[in-house]
Design a protein around this ligand. Structure first.
Ligand SMILES: Cc1cc2nc3c(=O)[nH]c(=O)nc-3n(C[C@H](O)[C@H](O)[C@H](O)COP(=O)(O)OP(=O)(O)OC[C@H]3O[C@@H](n4cnc5c(N)ncnc54)[C@H](O)[C@@H]3O)c2cc1C
Length: 468
């Protein structure tokens, strides 16, 4: 547990109510949405809790909290809304969990420059609804929009479902306000673009709480699109669909949603609209009406040239209407299954072999009963793959099967030239695989940077960076 001196100091700054130490009070802050933490909790073997949970409501309070923790040599774990799926939040009794969810003010919406500033703890859907009232949109729609925070989006380098046209969170961040591990404040991002040295905002984009606490986020906005249309195509082979996606993107068209399901997922999720043995490509087109019309015509032509056949666009609208529904992990454990998703990416020339290798290697893991994938974020240079696997077994064995699936998927992706993490982050689940992305020299560089920003190693230790 934490020393009384630190707890008393925290109470002086925040008051008794916002410094929580009792088991019941910290119960829902012991871990994030990582399936392995949920599995351990479900099996009754989850150990660990933060020494205390504090709930600052202002940047100045976060600074005071961080200064007190630093003076006491106590590690700090930032917590947004806990929807992270990689084990980024796993505090032990010697740590202080800084819960940002009470920092929930929409600070400012600027309708001329199209920016909006938020406290880091603002719920994603609340942020989107605040700008929607003015006819604007952030354009960032992670499946977890209703259960994740703006600061969490930044800290995990999140990507939303409409990213193909609107970009991922790094394309939307205009300015950041961050409390550094010594309690000082840095404000980054003054204008639409800068040529003023390395872009320091990127130190915190994807830092997963290891470089400081993001307290304020300014995002660039868009006006809500004039028109929206849906398209769906049957895909005779993975390669044919990927090639059509590539041509759409490389010809300069930008549908915000481009999702290609393999035959297994097409059957499982869109039975009513799919053809057995074929995949499904779904698209949403948005923008000025004239551009949407032109894009639809171009996409129809490219799809026909590529051997795809039109499917009922109702499939795409069905996806839109149900896109954020997910079963709870516990429901699946009750059924004797552990299920997880693994998102990777690859250049167009390698993505098919990545798909084949991951499907083959994960399928070979003992206990695996299903592996499938879809793509959901397309670029001129390549595309992501979002795998879902399910392994069956006795509760005590599920954890081993789980790790074996992850190891197989990471190794196969790396072996075939892919990127091991598209948008969920590293956390603890990918810790040992980060080297595939950064290389040994890159890990050393990240460690050097981390050592300079956080010399005492107090910001979310054990997360993101593997031990030396
Ligand atoms: C059902 C479901 C669907 C999802 N869909 C998507 C999706 O479509 N796209 C996507 O990108 N992700 C998705 N995710 C993952 C998750 O929602 C994102 O990673 C999200 O950005 C996490 O935000 P959070 O506020 O919940 O962060 P948390 O889970 O609280 O924290 C995540 C990490 O960031 C750190 N952190 C959080 N806030 C701060 C802060 N203010 N300053 C410094 N560090 C901080 C934490 O220490 C931790 O390491 C999904 C998750 C679920 C459960």
């Amino acid at each position: 547990m934490l020393e009384a001196e630190l707890l008393n100091g925290l109470r002086r700054v925040l008051g008794d109510d916002r410094v929580v130490v009792d088991d019941a009070g910290v119960a829902d802050r012991r871990h994030d949405y990582w399936v392995l933490s949920h599995l351990r909790a479900w099996r009754g073997v989850f150990e660990g809790r933060p020494g205390a949970v504090v709930r600052p409501v202002s940047t100045a309070e976060v600074q005071e909290v961080v200064r007190l923790a630093a003076a006491a040599g106590v590690a700090v774990v930032p917590f947004g809304l806990g929807s992270g799926v990689c084990g980024g939040v796993l505090p032990d009794a010697g740590t202080l969990l800084v819960d940002l969810s009470s920092m929930d003010n929409v600070r400012r919406i600027d309708e001329v420059n199209l920016t909006a500033s938020f406290d880091a703890g603002v719920n994603g859907l609340v942020a989107e609804e605040a700008v929607a009232e003015r006819g604007l949109t952030i354009g960032h729609w992670p499946q977890s929009i209703a259960v994740s925070s703006v600061g969490g989006w930044v800290s995990t380098r999140a990507a939303g479902q409409f990213s193909t046209a609107y970009g991922s969170i790094e394309d939307m961040v205009y300015a950041l306000e961050v409390v550094l591990p010594d309690g000082s404040l840095v404000e980054l991002g003054q204008a639409p673009r800068a040529s003023a040295g390395p872009d320091l905002r990127h130190l915190f984009l994807g830092a997963e709480g290891t470089m400081g606490i993001v307290t304020g986020v300014t995002l660039a906005l868009r006006r809500r699109p004039e028109a929206r249309a849906w398209r769906a195509f049957h895909v005779p082979s993975l390669a044919a669909g990927l090639d059509v996606q590539r041509r759409i993107l490389q010809d300069g068209w930008l549908p915000p949603v481009v999702r290609q399901y393999d035959a297994r997922e097409a059957r499982r999720t869109f039975r009513e609209w799919s053809i057995k043995g074929q995949g499904l490509l779904l698209m949403c087109h948005e923008g000025p009406a004239g551009r949407v019309e032109a894009e639809l015509a171009a996409v129809d032509a490219l799809a026909a040239e590529g051997g795809l056949t039109p499917a009922d666009a109702a499939a795409a609208e069905h996806w839109f209407g149900h896109r954020n529904q997910v079963p709870s992990w516990e429901e699946l454990f009750e059924g004797g299954l552990v299920v997880d998703t693994i998102e990777v990416s690859g250049p167009w020339t390698r993505v098919e072999e990545i798909y084949d290798a991951v499907i083959a290697d994960v399928s070979a893991v003992e206990g695996v009963v299903a592996v499938s994938a879809h793509s959901s974020h397309a670029y001129r240079t390549g595309v992501n793959l979002y795998f879902t696997f399910a392994a069956a077994g006795e509760p005590d064995d599920l954890q081993d099967a789980y790790w074996a699936c992850w190891d197989a998927a990471m190794a196969a992706t790396a072996r075939h030239g892919g990127g091991i993490a598209h948008h969920h982050g590293i956390g603890r689940v990918r810790l040992q695989h980060l080297v595939h992305d950064l290389g040994v020299a890159g890990i050393d560089l990240l460690r050097t940077v981390k050592g300079a920003v956080d010399p005492a190693g107090l910001m979310n230790p054990g997360n993101l960076l593997p031990d030396a």
